[in-house]
Ligand binder design. Structure first.
Ligand code: ATP
Length: 235
């Protein structure tokens, strides 16, 4: 579904990605783990067109997207849930969800997807007329994921969904990430600092250090890899 080939991405003169390559097949949950500043968010932003790579290629379903604008990438079926949620605080929950449908006009499909996200996160139904900014951190994360799902993406990019949330809420959200993948057949690319949780839901994982991919394997193998255990799992 997605092929990232030797991309190099920059912020001005600062090179954040140095020859990053990875692949995601349809139906997979792939995780990218690594410490602060390793380049995980930049990898997501390069895929979604917000930080286009200077060199290298990104193919989505065989089509080059590394020079495509972010709105067109969304239209192709790639939605990103940004780090820190970035919901619209002065819009209601329902209005936030509607923002996720701005490229669609299939009313029946939109209604189906609305029912689907309300079923996934019943708390959003209760809060539908509440302003986004008044929700708890966990509810905002649920809203951000739901808003992205309202675009009916083929590939969902999740940036640190666990950030700043209580462990019990994180577990709930990760269970739902798994459900979205299994029941809704959405392919997921999950960037996480919580390597333990991420590797438990993912099929495969990539480890990133200083702008480079340094390791790639099945998630179960990474969980038992001594280097990964020492550096990222706190053993
Ligand atoms: P974190 O978990 O802290 O978000 P990360 O692995 O996602 O870390 P990135 O945010 O992709 O890492 O950052 C990669 C590198 O790019 C870092 O050295 C960072 O300082 C730098 N960087 C990120 N954003 C910018 C920016 N807007 N301007 C300049 N440099 C940036």
């Amino acid at each position: 579904m997605l092929k990232v080939k030797n991309i190099q991405s920059y912020y001005g003169n600062i090179q954040a990605l140095k020859d990053v390559s990875l692949e995601i097949s349809e139906g997979e949950i792939i995780t990218l783990i690594g410490s602060n500043g390793a380049g995980k968010t930049t990898t997501l932003m390069s895929i979604s067109g917000l930080v286009p790579p200077k060199h290298g290629e990104i193919l989505f379903e065989g089509q080059p997207i590394h020079q495509t604008s972010p709105d067109k990438i969304v239209a192709l079926g790639v939605s990103q849930v940004p780090e820190g949620r970035r919901i619209f605080p002065y819009f209601t929950v329902m209005e936030n969800l509607e923002m996720g449908t701005y490229l669609r006009n299939d009313k029946v499909g939109i209604r189906e997807d609305l029912e689907y996200v309300m079923e996934l996160f019943p708390i959003l139904k209760k809060r539908e007329h509440q302003l986004g900014g008044t929700l708890s951190g966990g509810e905002q994360q649920m809203l951000a994921i739901s808003r992205a799902l309202m675009g009916r993406p083929k590939l969902l990019l999740l940036d640190e969904p666990s950030l700043g949330l209580a462990p019990i809420i994180v577990r709930q959200i990760f269970d739902i990430i798994k459900k979205i993948n299994e029941e809704h057949k959405t392919t997921i690319f999950l960037v996480e600092q919580n390597a333990n949780l991420a590797l438990k839901v993912a099929h495969r994982g990539y480890v990133m250090e200083n702008g480079r991919i340094v390791l790639e394997d099945a998630a179960t193998s990474l969980l038992s890899n001594e280097e990964v255990k020492k550096a990222y799992l706190g053993f």
